[in-house]
Design a protein around this ligand. Structure first.
Ligand code: MRU
Length: 352
């Protein structure tokens, strides 16, 4: 049974970043050593590393790596280059709040650290390492909180991939499931395949196999029928961005599962670290939703499955309104309605 990160998802190696290429899983475990921040940014864009918390960690390492290579005689010149690198990394994926949260943390360090450029670079690397360690710790804590909500002998459905691969830690929704099982609860795990890029089939199933946790894989469209048969007792998923009122963006198909869960009176949980919360957005309406390439829908891994020139919609995420969410599980505690108040409280913002 796993208690920690089962795979080295991403590592800082002093002058480079090493990450497992998630587009190659489950067929091959390939590690990439990246010495140029452009390559780390491309890896984020191409989903070689993905999942909101892992994107945040990768973004921080990419910015630290870029900063290390800046040749600047003055602090002013350094900060100008730093800003350019930060913008390039920020433009990779728009929805995961964690990316912008971690880039802002590094920007704070750059703005406030010493006149000495070499020291600033060192401080940036240290901040990126701190972000990774803190985020990993947060996933362990939230998994423990969430596990208390899962009933013994229950069947729990999860969507997309929210384990070590998605978090560079223990996991969010999958972390909760793993922790409950570690506690001795009998949980029957159901994983959706998660069209179009199959993060559930490829990555969640790979992680569960590695952890020796039995699970059943279903296509996304089977969830409603299984709920109608009473074969699903709860749904737990991760999040890419949570607005101040609890509305939550997550992998496309999440909203459908939430509606189905409501219709069948099944609890629907979100698990995410507080770095996923965006207090600047009053509701989910303001969450930017990434639209990805049509080829992801018209085929898979080089095999075309639709007629040529089909019009395609490919939003990578959807937004679940807070009234469909039973609870949001974070490392600072579990929040329910009224979400506005609870979220402010865990983020230490004075109500007013
Ligand atoms: O497009 P992806 O694979 O980055 O999407 C990932 C998800 O939607 C996850 O559910 C979310 O980031 C939570 S990960 C702990």
């Amino acid at each position: 049974m796993v208690t920690e990160e089962t795979v080295k998802v991403i590592e800082w190696l002093g002058d480079r970043v090493r990450l497992i290429d998630q587009t190659r899983l489950p067929q091959a475990e390939v590690y990439l050593d990246l010495t140029d921040y452009h390559d780390v940014a491309a890896a984020i864009k191409e989903l070689k590393i993905r999942g909101a918390p892992a994107i945040g960690v990768a973004g921080a390492y990419a910015l630290a790596l870029g900063a290390l290579h800046v040749k600047a005689a003055t602090r002013k010149e350094f900060l100008k280059e730093f800003e350019k690198i930060k913008q390039a990394i920020a433009s990779t994926r728009p929805t995961a709040r964690n990316l912008f949260w971690s880039l802002e943390r590094l920007a704070q360090v750059a703005q406030t650290s010493s006149e000495d450029v070499a020291r600033t670079k060192e401080a940036l690397v240290n901040e990126a390492l701190r972000i990774h360690a803190e985020e990993a710790e947060a996933t362990l804590k939230l998994s423990e909180f969430g596990a208390a909500l899962l009933k013994d002998s229950s069947a729990i459905l999860t969507h997309c991939n929210t384990g070590a691969l998605a978090t560079a830690g223990y996991g969010t929704a999958l972390g909760v499931i793993k922790w409950a099982i570690k506690q001795g609860k009998h949980i029957r795990v159901l994983a959706t395949e998660t069209r179009p890029l199959l993060q559930g089939a490829r990555l969640t199933c790979w992680e569960l196999k590695k952890a020796d946790i039995p699970a059943t894989l279903i296509t996304d469209s089977m969830a409603g029928y299984l709920m109608s048969l009473g074969k699903i007792d709860g749904v737990i998923v991760g999040a890419d961005r949570i607005a101040a009122n609890g509305d939550t963006a997550n992998k496309i198909g999440t909203y459908t599962l939430a509606v189905l869960a409501k219709a069948h009176n099944i609890p629907f949980y979100i698990a995410a670290p507080t770095s996923t919360i965006d207090l600047s957005l009053a509701s989910g309406k303001g969450i930017p939703i990434e639209e990805r390439r049509p080829e992801e829908v018209t085929g898979f891994q080089g095999v075309t499955t639709a007629p040529a020139d089909m019009a395609v919609a490919n939003p990578a995420f959807d937004v679940t309104p807070h009234h469909l969410i039973t609870a949001i599980i974070t490392e600072k505690g579990v929040v329910g309605e009224p979400y506005g108040e609870g979220i402010k409280e865990i983020c230490h913002v004075q109500a007013g």
